[in-house]
Write a protein that binds this ligand. Structure first.
Ligand SMILES: [Zn+2]
Length: 234
């Protein structure tokens, strides 16, 4: 098997967000296709990572959500992908997708969620960003008060909020408190620049040229097993 590239990761995350949108929409509308669509979504998620599995009580949502519920279903779209980073993870590679909420891009663009995946492609962790600091852990130069750890560290002044909160899967991939198990990115794909200053600062700080030249760059493929030279083969 050829080694995975960051382009493969981009293609995986885009198809994952499509599957997520289809399953979540079916769930929110009570569609009969939900079990089938969710099976496809879950096939892209590692075992032990609990994400979007539960069937929602639509009648209850409609009753309590009213118009706001209807509007949120209407506005639902596949999560825009903003950035993908590649990291060393033991002897393997791991990839992180920074994404917006599940709606079309608006004027304000910020990191909302981060999804981590390993090649042969499974999601291994899901994190959500503190809405106040966009995952940076800082607000106007000081520790973000909205994501400070609840447990005081022994005598050590806390300089930063957590920024990112683990929702499912591996817990040591991001956040500013625990020692992360991954280091600086070894490759980066920038897709959409966030407008929120803290996110934009992170985005701009990443070196695009960190992309390794040793692996051939390929366009993301839609089909699974086709050769990359389909057009030329004609
Ligand atoms: Zn925060």
């Amino acid at each position: 098997m050829a080694a995975a590239t960051i382009d493969d990761a981009v293609a995986f995350f885009v198809s994952f967000f499509d599957a997520e949108h289809d399953a979540v929409k079916a769930n929110l509308t009570g569609a009969r296709a939900f079990p089938q669509l969710n099976k496809k979504l879950q096939s892209m998620i590692g075992s032990g990572v609990y994400y979007e599995r539960r069937r929602i009580d639509v009648a209850e949502l409609k009753e309590f959500g009213g118009k706001a519920y209807e509007n949120s279903v209407k506005a639902l779209a596949a999560r825009p992908l903003l950035l993908v980073t590649e990291h060393d993870y033991g002897k393997r590679k791991i990839y992180c997708a920074y994404a917006e909420d599940m709606r079309q891009l608006g004027k304000r663009v910020s990191y909302a969620m981060a999804f981590w995946a390993i090649p042969r492609w499974k999601i291994v962790a899901v994190y959500w960003a503190c809405a106040s600091c966009g995952g940076s852990g800082k607000y106007e130069g000081v520790a973000c008060g909205d994501c400070l750890p609840t447990v005081r560290m022994k005598g050590i002044p806390v300089k930063s909020g957590k920024g990112w909160h683990n929702q499912a899967g591996e817990r040591k991939l991001m956040g500013h408190i625990t020692a992360n198990v991954v280091g600086e990115p070894t490759a980066v794909r920038k897709l959409v620049r966030p407008t929120e200053p803290a996110c934009a600062e992170h985005f701009d700080s990443l070196e695009t040229t960190a992309t390794r030249k040793t692996t051939p760059t390929r366009k993301p493929k839609a089909s699974r097993k086709s050769s990359s030279r389909k057009k030329e083969a004609k």
